[in-house]
Design a protein around this ligand. Structure first.
Ligand code: DSN
Length: 420
């Protein structure tokens, strides 16, 4: 086998990688709420020789020889995850958040069982019961809405939907909900209808890890997450649970829904959890929220409406129904000035999911770059101006120039000798 540098072995892939590095570093303000930039140590673990090994099974109970060091890594990751989130048990093998949800459902349900999840357009995820997804196909999902007046999830609406559907499991946790989740309220509803409670904390896991969002334990029975959003780690998924569900969770991941775990990913998850246990991570998570508040101020002071009137977490959802622009057009107008966001349905949206009346904007990635409240408030102001005046060429140039000044002022990997 001949070892070569990627630039020699595969110049086409290398070039695309270099271009992507340039894009992430210099070409735009990354404000997609689910994205982040991982530290070098995570990249190192992820790009390691651990990819060479099959380790089906779990530490001490593998179906292959030679897993000793992999056991060490997986045990470290599991122990760290349990400590961070206050869980009895962690399964860190799910390849993604969707696979974590798949296994979580099948650990306690059978196909056809009843589940209650949020309306997709009210902040939910495809795996929370949408018809185009396995969840909606394999289970009998009912939905609960966001309250039309408060634009938050309220007990009365969820209880009404739960009584009507009589679910075996209730799902909370969202992809586009700017408010704190009230786990006690969800537990009360679940107890009323004798259902289990699961939370998908993919978006907020970094905030939960740092104590900047209420913990889903002990109220929830099962908790799923990705490991690459606000927690700033390797791309992948994880399931946390109470002891009672540990064996069923493990069986639902392997052998039911996955084969060999991606050991390089597991190592990168362990490294990410190590980072999340450091005091600096608490500062980071606090700053994410302070930045989201400053962003909300910049948007609202300049005339834009936010779903629920603000934010408690890492994102805001801009409601463009009173503006002369759709979510799709706003996303494009902002991309033209190198501000990267995504169009998103707002609750009770009259537009289709391909058009939408909203944009979702998050602060985890820019907070990683070192930006603070002043920058985020200013960015909020620029977003509002651009969305309200998409045809103004002079303004477009001014905003784009300022965006590039900010990108230079807050470098990403440039000075840290990251190998990619
Ligand atoms: N795709 C993710 C998001 O952007 O929220 C959810 O998994």
């Amino acid at each position: 086998m001949k070892h070569q540098d990627l630039s020699d072995a595969d110049p086409e892939v290398h070039k695309a990688l270099e271009n992507e590095m340039e894009r992430q570093e210099k070409e735009g303000l990354e404000m997609i709420a689910s994205e982040n930039f991982v530290p070098r140590q995570v990249l190192q673990a992820q790009g390691s020789i651990l990819t060479n090994k099959y380790c089906e099974g779990y530490p001490g109970k593998r179906y292959y020889a030679g897993c000793e060091h992999h056991d060490t890594i997986e045990d470290l990751a599991r122990e760290r995850a349990c400590e961070i989130f206050g869980a009895d048990h962690a399964n860190i093998q799910p390849h993604s958040g969707s696979q974590a949800n798949f296994a979580a459902y099948f650990s306690v349900l059978e196909a056809g069982d009843k589940v209650l999840g949020p309306v997709l357009a009210h902040g939910g995820h495809l795996t929370h019961g949408h018809g185009v997804n396995f969840s909606g196909d394999l289970f009998d999902f009912g939905t609960y809405p966001i309250n039309k007046e408060t634009e938050e999830f309220e007990k009365e609406d969820i209880l009404e939907a739960a009584r009507e559907h009589d679910p075996d499991l209730i799902v909370c946790g969202y992809s586009a909900y700017p408010r704190e989740i009230d786990f006690e309220m969800f537990r009360e509803v679940a107890d009323e209808v004798d259902a289990l409670l699961m939370c998908d904390i993919a978006h907020i896991s970094g905030l939960v890890a740092a104590g900047e969002h209420e913990s889903p334990f002990p109220e929830c029975d099962i908790v799923t997450t990705t490991t690459h959003k606000s927690i700033r780690g390797a791309r992948g998924g994880m399931i946390l649970c109470k002891d009672k569900y540990a064996k069923d969770i493990d069986k639902a991941v392997f052998p039911y829904s996955q084969g060999g775990p991606l050991m390089h990913q597991l190592a990168a998850k362990a490294v990410c959890f190590n980072e999340a246990m450091k005091p600096e991570f608490e500062d980071y998570a606090r700053q994410i929220k302070e930045n989201a508040e400053a962003l909300a101020k910049g948007l609202q002071d300049n005339g834009l409406k936010l779903v629920s009137g603000g934010t408690d977490n890492h994102l805001v959802l801009v409601d463009l129904r009173d503006e002369d622009i759709t979510g799709k057009e706003a996303e494009a107008a902002l991309e033209e000035v190198d501000i990267i966001v995504n169009k998103n349905m707002v609750p009770y949206d009259p537009e289709s999911p391909r058009v939408t009346s909203g944009v979702r904007i998050g602060t985890p990635a820019l907070t990683t770059r070192g930006m603070e409240e002043d920058e985020l408030e200013e960015i909020g102001e620029m977003i509002a101006e651009r969305v309200k005046n998409p045809g103004d060429g002079k303004l477009e140039e001014e905003i784009n120039n300022r965006v590039h000044e900010l990108l230079k002022e807050f470098p990403l990997y440039e000075d840290s000798e990251v190998e990619y």
